[in-house]
Structures are given as C-alpha cells and as structure tokens.
Ligand binder design. Structure first.
Ligand SMILES: Nc1ncnc2c1ncn2[C@@H]1O[C@H](COP(=O)(O)OP(=O)(O)OP(=O)(O)O)[C@@H](O)[C@H]1O
Ligand SMILES: [Mg+2]
Length: 223
C-alpha cells in the first residue's frame, strides 16, 4: 500500500502546547501519493494539532516529519478562512504573484471550474451557500498548487446535500488519473468513512492501524 519513499512520513512526533496540553505522543503516519485518507477520534485526541504540524504551522518537539508536497489546510468553518470580498480576489491571494497576469487568471478560472464554481469569479463571498464556500476554500488550495489537502472536519457545518458534494469533490480530486491529490480528512461523521481509501483511529496523540473505512466504522459502532 505504501510505496517508498512515502509522500508523507511522520516518525515519533511529539508535541505539547505551551500551556502543557499533550497533543501528539510518538505519532507515526505514512501516506502514499494520492488517495483520500480519513482520521477519526475523540475530542482532544490530537487530530487538529496533527494537521497544524503537517502544515508547518507548529514544529514538532521530537520526531521526524517529511512531506514531498505542498500542503493546504481547509477548516470546518470557511468563514474563518475566506478573507476577501469576492471569489476571484480570494483565489488570487494564494496564486504566486510572480506569475504573469494571464497565467494567474487561467489558474484562477481552472480552480473555480474544478470545484464546480465556474463563472462565479465576481460573486461576493457572502452570496455563496455554506457548501459553495467550502468548495471555494478547496479551490483556494488548488489555486495555490497544493497537492496535499488537510481537511479538518470540512463538512461538520454542512447540510447533507452539501456534505455529499464536498465529499464527492475530494473523492474525485484524489482519484483522478492525472496528478491525483492526497487528502487527509478528519471527521466525526462515521457515514463518511465508506468513501475513503483507508481510515484510522486517533487516540491520545497516536494513530492506530489503517483499515478500510467500513471496517473501522463497524469497529467503532461495536464500542
Ligand atoms: N491552541 C491551543 N492551545 C492550547 N492547547 C491546545 C490548543 N489546541 C489544542 N490544544 C490541546 O491539545 C490537545 C489536542 O487537541 P486537538 O485540538 O488537536 O484535538 P482534536 O482531536 O482536534 O479534538 P476535536 O475533535 O475536539 O477537534 C487537547 O488537550 C487540547 O486541549
Ligand atoms: Mg479538532
């Protein structure tokens, strides 16, 4: 399942927050290039801290972390992430300003199209639905050339239709034959596990064995 070298490789990561809370305690994680990988775990088990470490927002206090790609975070609430007034200005923010203007605009339009928001470049962000905002946050990750998406409960605030749309979008991006993305998706919604390539349980700052999503969902339902 894991070719060598892995796309993402964490060995023995330890991290405690400045207040003293232990978040990761000898956490190992290896992911191949491509695919949708899901993590579940109780509140406080270290899932969000893990994504922040992979994204480089925090530095491990011990252990090794190697990532072959460029990562982007997508949070539960897109209102905490989207900063600018319109869809187009939001996406331009993440596109390398050294690129020629025409290429930047091409990349912007391509990102909107990939998430099903083609033609909405001028649309004010407050005029989008919750599901559209979440897809715009994913477009921003694509526009910034990320190939590792770190999604922290991205559907927690969405209704069932928008949840299904966002999940189907990430499924398609991680399974496309040309340059599949790698996604690490945190969820408390066990129904989502059926869609992933592998799932694992996080407990007390460590990740358990990778199982099929349905096997892990069945295991958790028996608890
Ligand atoms: N910004 C922070 N400052 C101090 N401690 C924090 C911070 N964020 C998380 N922690 C602590 O780190 C530990 C792991 O929290 P983390 O947010 O990573 O868990 P989680 O698995 O994402 O939980 P949840 O399911 O509630 O989102 C907890 O003890 C938590 O209180
Ligand atoms: Mg969290």
């Amino acid at each position: 399942m894991h070719p060598d070298p892995p796309f993402l490789d964490l060995k023995g990561i330890h991290y405690s927050w400045p207040g003293g809370a232990k978040a990761l305690e000898g956490c190992d994680l290896r992911l191949p290039h491509g695919g949708l990988w899901m993590l579940v775990g109780r509140n406080g088990s270290g899932k969000s801290s893990l994504l922040r470490l992979i994204a480089g927002l925090l530095s491990p206090q011990a252990g090794e972390l190697q990532c072959q790609g460029r990562s982007a975070l997508v949070f539960q609430n897109p209102d905490h992430q989207l900063l600018l007034p319109s869809c187009g200005s939001e996406l331009l923010l993440g596109i390398d300003p050294r690129l020629p203007e025409e290429l930047r605009l091409q990349r912007l339009e391509a990102a909107l199209e990939q998430v099903g928001l083609a033609g909405l470049r001028e649309r004010p962000i407050h005029g989008l639905s919750g599901g559209q905002k979440q897809r715009l946050a994913i477009a921003a990750a694509l526009a910034s050339d990320a190939d590792l998406l770190l999604l922290d409960e991205p559907t927690a605030l969405l209704d069932p239709d928008s949840q299904a749309e966002v999940l189907a979008l990430i499924r398609a991006l991680t399974a496309r034959p040309e340059g599949p993305l790698t996604a690490l998706w945190i969820t408390h919604r066990l129904d989502e596990l059926a869609q992933c390539d592998g799932a694992a349980l996080m407990e007390q700052g460590r990740i358990g064995p990778w199982l099929s999503g349905s096997a892990l969902a069945a295991q958790l339902a028996r608890r």
